[in-house]
Design a binder for this molecule. Structure first.
Ligand code: GRG
Length: 310
């Protein structure tokens, strides 16, 4: 599972991308209305910023940006697409933490949005981030070619919507009520939707942005699927092994809530093995690319997704 790049270089690049994403989100979430908007309510924008700024690993933006960089594409447009994706992720966290869903008080090491503001505001923050993500992608400032913008929008809708993240969340809720233990196959499918689809989108969006060939997209798709699955098994394992402070959210809650996890259906040791196998599969999927810095860094990202501590 080695990728040949020192972990420090990966961490440094992850930090750089996180800072650039933070700056772009900060600009996008300003108080000035855009053409076609009337005004941006002040307290609501504070809540939008609270939910999006100052936290998170920014792994999804990282994957989008580094995939585009694999094809020599960088710049403000890519950062806007990466920030739009992060908005969808932040909306999912805000809504997932709501009393009607997971009812969590802690996220990214601080009070959840509905705790820091109120429940109605948190619902609207999710709605606002979800809508704004598609606004940002559809804006010509993101990419001059309308065909590319439509492709980015469509793929994000498919990944985050009914048959992707939202559908996965629905299956997750249904699984909590199930009397029988969940089969590993059912958990794998649920997780590929709930968490995997958005991580897969991150790499596919980078490839769309760069106009990558069908062959390159297939390799990246295989990489994204394996990485997404490894990331979620790692999440299941962290819920059992990590402590709340390191993780920045409450741990041990999966078992309490009868969550469908691979630790529950396979056991801890088999879940660890599956996580490592998936990370190795993700790395192997990139073997068809020349050994440039970006492919190497994407391989390191797969290792990171599997072995992260938070
Ligand atoms: C509410 C529509 C809706 C969907 C929610 C993704 C999701 C579906 C809920 C998030 C709950 C959760 C903890 C899922 C497990 C995997 C996951 C997405 C963890 C958080 O992602 P990280 O680790 O978080 O990338 P940071 O804070 O680093 O951005």
């Amino acid at each position: 599972m080695t990728s040949g790049i020192p972990a420090d270089d990966f961490q440094q690049r992850l930090t750089e991308v996180a800072e650039a994403t933070e700056k772009t989100l900060d600009q996008l979430l300003g108080l000035s209305p855009q053409p076609g908007e009337t005004l941006r309510p002040k307290r609501f924008m504070e809540a939008m910023r609270y939910a999006s700024l100052g936290g998170g690993k920014r792994l999804r933006p990282f994957l989008l940006i580094e995939t585009a960089r694999l094809f020599g594409i960088e710049g403000q447009g890519v950062l806007r697409a990466a920030s739009a994706l992060e908005m969808i992720h932040c909306y999912s966290l805000v809504h997932d933490d709501l009393p009607a869903l997971d009812n969590d008080d802690l996220r990214r090491g601080r009070p959840t949005t509905h705790k820091a503001f109120d429940e109605a505001t948190a619902i609207l923050v999710g709605d606002g981030l979800l809508t704004y993500a598609f606004d940002v992608l559809a804006d010509p400032a993101t990419h001059p070619d309308p065909a590319i913008r439509i492709e980015l929008v469509l793929a994000l809708a498919r990944s985050s919507g009914i048959g992707g993240m939202v559908g996965g969340q629905v299956l997750d809720l249904e699984a909590e009520q199930a009397k029988e233990p969940h089969t590993a196959e059912a958990v794998i499918e649920l997780q590929s939707m709930k968490t995997g689809a958005l991580l897969h989108y991150a790499v596919i969006a980078g490839a769309i942005f760069a106009g990558a060939s069908a062959q390159a997209r297939q390799a990246l798709s295989d990489y994204g699927k394996a990485l997404g699955a490894a990331f979620q098994v790692a999440d299941d394992i962290l819920d059992v092994e990590a402590d709340t402070e390191a993780l920045g959210k409450k741990t041990g809650k999966d078992a309490d809530r009868n969550k469908a996890t691979l630790v529950a259906s396979l056991g801890l040791e088999a879940a660890r093995k599956r996580r490592d196998t998936l990370a190795a599969e993700a790395i192997a999927a990139l073997d068809s690319f020349p050994e440039g810095q970006s492919a190497t860094i994407l391989k390191e990202a797969a290792r990171f997704a599997a072995t992260r501590k938070s």
